[in-house]
Structures are given as structure tokens and as C-alpha cells.
Design a protein around this ligand. Structure first.
Ligand code: ADP
Ligand code: MG
Length: 673
């Protein structure tokens, strides 16, 4: 690898400037891309629009007239013949160029033309008839762009032939991709914008293809090299468990369950996402899967992001497994040391069949007797570290991830490329769509009347207080204020309060009181956002709704989706910020989580949706999974085809790509062990 410092024609200063920017070798430099391009392509003066920056060219036809304003500020005027028009050119603070401007001199000017007076205000002036029209902006501190371009030209001339082509000829033909050499040249040393765009396309395609190949290869190796546990579940027992349910499964649930059971009984490791909105019936599917695992003599674990949810699942599971001889345990943060010790012993001896808990489940001292399936609920809420340690319990253990956060297709292609996906689209029962209204703060009293009516009809209500990001103390104060006001306003109703500062037992007690109908109005911070299940609650009021993201709003609305009664969601906001208003309008109009998620993605970008924890995961030098989703979709198809046609393995032209994905695979596998 040739180091820049070994090139005699580079000054020490230049080498150091490159180094400071992380550019050490000739290839680093060639693969360092411009951040943008200034287009100095010449426009005929007849096509120059008012107030639009254009580049024009012509011949100087007068002496310059310079007026010094003060210090070094100056105005210079001269005339030029541009495409046969006499144009008066004005340029500021370039008096030092006055000697270059004389009759017959070629000038190229970038600026704005006012055709009404044939006046051109120039921002830039050059005299070089043969300079390139597209100027790349490299943004390398310490060296100006012109110099960088010169150096790149020379280095490309000397080393361009050594650039490694990773994309085979047949692939490039199929997808209309120029060669790497051509692409690197056009990106760094551009001639026309069209050519540069083809080069950018090729580089983006390559980045996305390589990424897709890596994730698809993980999937391929997982399926083609089975080393997972085969769960020989007892079909009869599973069927009788299903018939013990008080309802019949929906078509979607049946399809998803079949896919999951198929994974379990196969010899490859399951890596499946079960997605469906809150209330679509995922939990019951996971319970069936866990039960299936138990019938084969294995243990199951279900990991949830919050204590409240753990408690809720525990209650649900105990209920579901009544009479099925399944020992369900809850490893909560609030158990005593003694209880914890007993649970851990029973888990290790195999006495416990199914364990439910938060990330505390995957601490070092938690030892399973024969773990067969891990279910994670709302997996993306766990930090990367927690997930790695969880999978670390056995990287061959089947893993079912559940999510109520609909993942837009574009993101699913990239983030979840190595997962299989099962989707529950329809809600069980014939539940009515939630009526959502975005209400201006000044009209909030209409909502208060609605609440009163609902409660008088026997229904229950959630009031969600805003999240204050800067301060948990403010969050709490806010919740307390809203609670006091609500109590005073509805003197005849019972109002409860739940917030993050409460102890687990306290939260539990309030939730219990709400679930049993003892409390009619529950004021809550967003801590209980996920999965809480109170069928009689028909109205959710979200105060200062603009403080929440689309996904969160939709998630919270899901809490009243479960009712057989008509239910309502009110988004109350004072905000006039355009993007906030837009967000609230979208939630008001769109009920389908998948459609909302696509919209959300466009507004916020992927980093925000998955939290900053994961945003670095998918950083490309050029491509962007959201903005380049058309290229991503093509690259995804190409990756599929390359792997599943086995070209990757059999065709020597694909050697570089195979090496790349295999190195990545080995790395990943080690990480998981
Ligand atoms: P999720 O986990 O997706 O939020 P749950 O599994 O908790 O959904 O289901 C929500 C509610 O709907 C639960 O009370 C559950 O018992 C019920 N339920 C699940 N599947 C069905 C079905 N097929 N028919 C009727 N009710 C169902
Ligand atoms: Mg759930």
C-alpha cells in the first residue's frame, strides 16, 4: 500500500493535512469522496434565469473600472461580450485581478444575471478556458480543493489501474454499473454531471450490495449449515393447548405460528421477527411457541423491556397455562435475594419451564438447564450490549423477536436482512378503528366533556402527560400537576397516577386498580407505553402530543385499540411548528402502523426510529438507506440472487465478494459466542 508520504511530489504540509483527515495511502485518497460539486457548466446567456446562479463565459470588451470603498473592499465593473450580448459585469473585492482584465481576454463568470438591464453580478471569475466545469468540493482542511484535485489527478493516473474491482462483469452489465476505475475517476475528477451521477450510482450500489450480501450470507449460513437444536415438540399437546384458548386464532396468527413451529423443529437456529400491532395477538403466539418447546423437554425464556410488562406477561401466562403443568416464573428486579436464589436454582435444575423477566434474565449468574427458545418483546428497546449478552446464552438457541413497532419495508430490508419475518396484519375480533382527533390546546375543554361522558357510560380513560426530555424531575412535576387538576375537575370520579418514580409494587397496585375498574381515569407519564391491556379503557388523551414521535403516538393509541367499544384518541397540542403539526395530522389521518412508519421514516430518518444506539450500524460513505431506497431494493434483489443461485460460491469472478462476506460472518459468529 503506497503511503502518501512516499510520494516525492507531495509537500510535507500536504501529507500532514491529508493525515489529519484520516487519509494515509493513495487508495485512501482515491476513496475519499467529495462532499458536493460546484457545477460551472456554462449556460447560454439567453437561458440564464433571474436570481439563479449560473456560469456564463465570453470575452472582455472594456477596461475594468475599480472603486475602492474602504480598506480592502472594492467594486469592479467591466463590459463583456457574452454570446453576442453586451453585458455589464460587477464583481466585489477582486480589484487585485484588475490587470488580468483587458480587451479580448476570455472570462468565465459565476453569478446572477439580470436580463432586464443586461447586468451580471459575479461571485466568481476565472480566466482558464480549459478548466473543468464541475468542481468537486473535497473539504479537506488545510489544502484547497484545486490542489486536492491536482493531486488526485496525478495519483489516479499512476494508480488507477490498481483499483480492485469487486463487482463482476455480469453483475455490472445486469445493473448498468460502470467499472470501479471509471467510477473513482468520475467522482474525483468529474467532467460532466451525468458521468458523475453514474459514478455515484455505482458506488452507492456497491455499498448497499455488500451490506445486503453480508446480512443475507448470515441467513444463508444459518439455514444451510444447520447446527441449531431440533425441538421435537408434541403436536397433539400443542393442539390441545390451542383448543383450550377461549378464542380461535386468526388466519394471520395461524400462518405465523406455523412458520415459528417450523423453525423450532428445524435444525437451523431460528432468527425470526414476529411483528404486529399492539393487541394483534403476538403474546399468545409466543406462549404457544414456548409451550411447544416445553413439550420437547426444553425451557423457554421471555424477555421484556419493562417491569410492568413482565408482571403483565406473568399474569397472562399463569392464566393461559392453568391445568397444563407448566411452571412459569418471574425474575423481577423486585424479588428478594432469597427468592432470586430459589428461582435461579430451580432454573438450573430444570424445575422452571418458562421464565419471564427484564434484561436481568441474562445476567451471568442466570443458568438454564436446557434453554430451547428465547423470546424478546420489543427487542429494539434493549441496548446492543444487553442483546449481545442475551444471545450469548447460546448463539444456536432459537430466537423469536416480537415487535409492535411496525418496521417500514425499506428498513426491514437492511436492518433485518438476516431475520425471517412473520407479520400479523389483522386485529383479532371485529374491533372498531380508533377515532383520532388532533385538538388545539384552546379547545381542550371539548375533550374534558367527552371524558366525562365516557366515564359516565362506564368506560375508562388514560391521560398521558408530556415527556420532558431535559428533566425527569420536570416530568414528574408535570404528571403531579395534571393529576391534581384532573382530580379537582372530576371530583366525582376516581383518578389514579402512575409514573416512572413509583416503586414496582406501587405501579403494580395502581395498574391493578385501573384494570379492575376501581380507578376510572389514569394519569400517566409515558412509562407504561407498551402493551398494557385494559379492555374497558376507550379513550386516551395525550397532552402536549407534539413532544412525542409518530411511532410513540401510534403505540400509545394502541392501548385503546383493544376495546370492543368505539374508542378515541385525542392529541392535544399548542405547537405551531410545521413538522409537529404535520406529524400530528398524519397520526390523525392514518391508522395503519406500517403506513405511518414509512411516513415517519421519511420525516425522521432511520437513526431516530431505532434510537441512536443503532444508527451507526448502517453508515455508508455514500449511500443512505432512506434516500436511496430504490437502489437498496435493486441491491437487495441482486444479493439474493448472487447467494441463492450459488454464484457467490461457484463463480470465481465473485471471489472478492465471497471473501468479504465470509470474513464478516466469522467475525459475527465469534461476537456471539
Ligand atoms: P399483543 O401481544 O400483540 O399485544 P396479545 O397477544 O396480548 O397481543 O393479544 C391482545 C388481546 O387479544 C389479548 O387479550 C388476547 O387474549 C386477545 N386475543 C389474541 N388472539 C385473539 C384471537 N385470535 N381472537 C380473539 N382474541 C384474541
Ligand atoms: Mg405484547
Amino acid at each position: 500500500m503506497v503511503q502518501l508520504q512516499d510520494l516525492k511530489y507531495l509537500t510535507v504540509k500536504a501529507v500532514q493535512a491529508f493525515k489529519r483527515n484520516g487519509i494515509n495511502t493513495v487508495f485512501d485518497l482515491l476513496y475519499h469522496y467529495p462532499t458536493r460539486y460546484n457545477d460551472y457548466t456554462i449556460t447560454p446567456i439567453s437561458e440564464a434565469e433571474l436570481n439563479k446562479t449560473v456560469t456564463i463565459a465570453g470575452i472582455v470588451t472594456s477596461k475594468p473600472n475599480v472603486a475602492m470603498v474602504k480598506n480592502n473592499l472594492s467594486v469592479m465593473n467591466f463590459f463583456a461580450d457574452i454570446d453576442g450580448e453586451k453585458v455589464r459585469v460587477t464583481i466585489f473585492n477582486r480589484h487585485f485581478l484588475r490587470t488580468k482584465i483587458h480587451y479580448g481576454k476570455y472570462v468565465r463568470l459565476t453569478g446572477k444575471f439580470d436580463g432586464r438591464y443586461n447586468k451580471f453580478i459575479a461571485a466568481e471569475i476565472t480566466f482558464d478556458e480549459y478548466g473543468t466545469a464541475i468542481n468537486p468540493v473535497f473539504n479537506i482542511k488545510g489544502i484547497d480543493d484545486k490542489k486536492v484535485l491536482e493531486i488526485k489527478e496525478r495519483i489516479f493516473y499512476e494508480y488507477g489501474d490498481k483499483l480492485k474491482e469487486d463487482l463482476p462483469e455480469d453483475l455490472r452489465q445486469e445493473y448498468n454499473l460502470i467499472s470501479i476505475k471509471e467510477a473513482i475517476r468520475s467522482i474525483n475528477i468529474p467532467e460532466t454531471m451525468d458521468e458523475t451521477l453514474s459514478a455515484i450510482y455505482r458506488i452507492k450500489f456497491e455499498e448497499l450490495l455488500k451490506y445486503q450480501l453480508k446480512v443475507k450470507y448470515l441467513m444463508y449460513m444459518r439455514k444451510e449449515h444447520p447446527e441449531g437444536i431440533v425441538i421435537n415438540y408434541d403436536k397433539e399437546k400443542v393442539d390441545s393447548f390451542i383448543s383450550s384458548l377461549t378464542f380461535t386464532l386468526t388466519d394471520d396468527q395461524n400462518t405465523c405460528l406455523k412458520e415459528i413451529l417450523n423453525d423450532l423443529s428445524s435444525s437451523y437456529k431460528m432468527n425470526r421477527l414476529l411483528q404486529g400491532e399492539v393487541g394483534s395477538g403476538k403474546t399468545v403466539i409466543s406462549a404457544i411457541a414456548l409451550y411447544a418447546v416445553c413439550t420437547a423437554g426444553y425451557q423457554g425464556a421471555i424477555m421484556v423491556p419493562t417491569e410492568v410488562l413482565a408482571q403483565q406477561h406473568y399474569a397472562t401466562f399463569q392464566n393461559l397455562f392453568k391445568g397444563f403443568n407448566i411452571n412459569v416464573a418471574l425474575l423481577s428486579a423486585s424479588v428478594t435475594q432469597k427468592e432470586r436464589k430459589t428461582i435461579l436454582e430451580d432454573l438450573e435444575s430444570g424445575k422452571i419451564d418458562i421464565i419471564i423477566g427484564t434484561h436481568s434474565l441474562f445476567q451471568k449468574d442466570v443458568i438454564f438447564n436446557s434453554l430451547g427458545l428465547v423470546v424478546t418483546d420489543e427487542e429494539h428497546r434493549f441496548g446492543v450490549r444487553q442483546r449481545v449478552s442475551m444471545v450469548g446464552k447460546g448463539y444456536l438457541i432459537d430466537h423469536l423477536k416480537m415487535s409492535a413497532t411496525p418496521i417500514p419495508r425499506t428498513l426491514a430490508i437492511s436492518y433485518l436482512g438476516d431475520s425471517d419475518i412473520s407479520t400479523i396484519r389483522t386485529q383479532p375480533g371485529n374491533k372498531k378503528t380508533v377515532i383520532t382527533k388532533y385538538i388545539d390546546y384552546n379547545k381542550r375543554f371539548e375533550v374534558f366533556d367527552h371524558i366525562r361522558k365516557q366515564v359516565e357510560e362506564g368506560r375508562q380513560v388514560y391521560i398521558i402527560t408530556p415527556m420532558i426530555e431535559e428533566s425527569q424531575a420536570l416530568d414528574l412535576k408535570n404528571a403531579l400537576d395534571v393529576y391534581e387538576n384532573t382530580k379537582n375537575y372530576y371530583k366525582d370520579f376516581k383518578v389514579g397516577l402512575i409514573h416512572g418514580k413509583l416503586k414496582t409494587e406501587e405501579k403494580e397496585a395502581v395498574m391493578q386498580a385501573f384494570a379492575s375498574g376501581e380507578i376510572q381515569i389514569l394519569v400517566s407519564t409515558s412509562v407504561i407505553e407498551v402493551g398494557v391491556n385494559v379492555i374497558n379503557a376507550t379513550t386516551i388523551v395525550i397532552l402536549d402530543a407534539d413532544r412525542f414521535g409518530i411511532a410513540q403516538l401510534h403505540q400509545m393509541r394502541g392501548r385503546v385499540q383493544r376495546s370492543d367499544y368505539q374508542s378515541y384518541c385525542f392529541l392535544i397540542s399548542k405547537s405551531t411548528v410545521e413538522t409537529s403539526v404535520k406529524r400530528l395530522q398524519l397520526v390523525e389521518e392514518i391508522n395503519d402502523g406500517f403506513t405511518l412508519a414509512e411516513e415517519d421514516l421519511l420525516i425522521r430518518g432511520p437513526g431516530d426510529i431505532f434510537g441512536e444506539k443503532q444508527s451507526g450500524f448502517i453508515d455508508f460513505k455514500m449511500a443512505n438507506v432512506v434516500l436511496d431506497k430504490d437502489i437498496l431494493e435493486k441491491a437487495d434483489i441482486a444479493a439474493d440472487n448472487i447467494i441463492f443461485s450459488k454464484k457467490l460460491f461457484n463463480n470465481p469472478e465473485y471471489k472478492n465478494l465471497l471473501e468479504l462476506v465470509h470474513n464478516n460472518y466469522v467475525l459475527t459468529k465469534e461476537n456471539l459466542e
